[in-house]
Design a protein around this ligand. Sequence first.
Ligand code: NAD
Length: 254
Amino acid sequence: MLTLEGRTAVITGAARGQGAETARLFARLGARVVLGDIRDDLGETVAAEIGDAALYTPLDVTDESRWAAAVDIALDAFGGLDILVNNAGIFRSMPLRDESPEAFESTLRINLVGPFLGIRAVREPMIRAGGGSIVNISSIAGLTGIARTGGYGASKWGLRGLTKVAALELGEYGIRVNSVHPGIIDTPMVEGIAPPAGPGNHPGVALRRTGLPQDVAGLVAFLASDASAYLTGAEIAVDGGSTAGRAPAVTPTA
Ligand code: NAD
């Protein structure tokens, strides 16, 4: 059932990291993909690697006019729009006392207003198509409080809430809306902050390793596909068990 054959997706923040990996997996599963980002050179490269099933378009998620252009590209070039992955985001880490109102607001603008504009942009085409799937990439910082993530945590909790509202409002049109909450995933966003990928490198989580972009992409593909046809308004952590509780420091022998 895990196929995206005949589907068209818009993925934001697709020039690198989880967004690029999700675009690659979607294409392997049969989808056509519009990749949006502000890193144009990287985005063009990823789209070219994927081939005919992919197109890159400059898409600053805070710019409503660019959203309209991305939707038009999906409709004109690929003949539809069935999936939106609101993946673009920025991460800032600092204590509240050091976070300027401008920094706080700009994080909210990219991580929360961006997905809001995306949902608005795809609403009509998805209704016309008889349904769709919207996947919002939040974070474990949107499931629990994490110190030094004031603006980031607020944006990710906000996205989790926006997901529920959109699921309730769009369900009658067959549009499903779910949120994904990655733990620490080895991408450029956390380079130098997170333990690099590798078995046993992250003792604080149940699976004892940092996540990989493909760990997230697999879940996003499931949520985008008909394999999750009765799933909406849900929040799913993909975090190696880090929000399940505290991993034991030493593996018990019995
Ligand atoms: P990344 O930094 O590698 O990729 C993010 C992409 O978003 C970049 O290509 C960047 O250019 C793009 N972007 C930034 N601002 C944008 C804007 N205004 N418009 C369009 N694109 C923009 O990071 P990633 O780890 O792949 O992050 C993807 C998503 O996953 C983000 O929403 C992030 O908050 C979330 N997340 C990441 C982790 C992690 O540990 N890596 C953990 C939890 C959640």
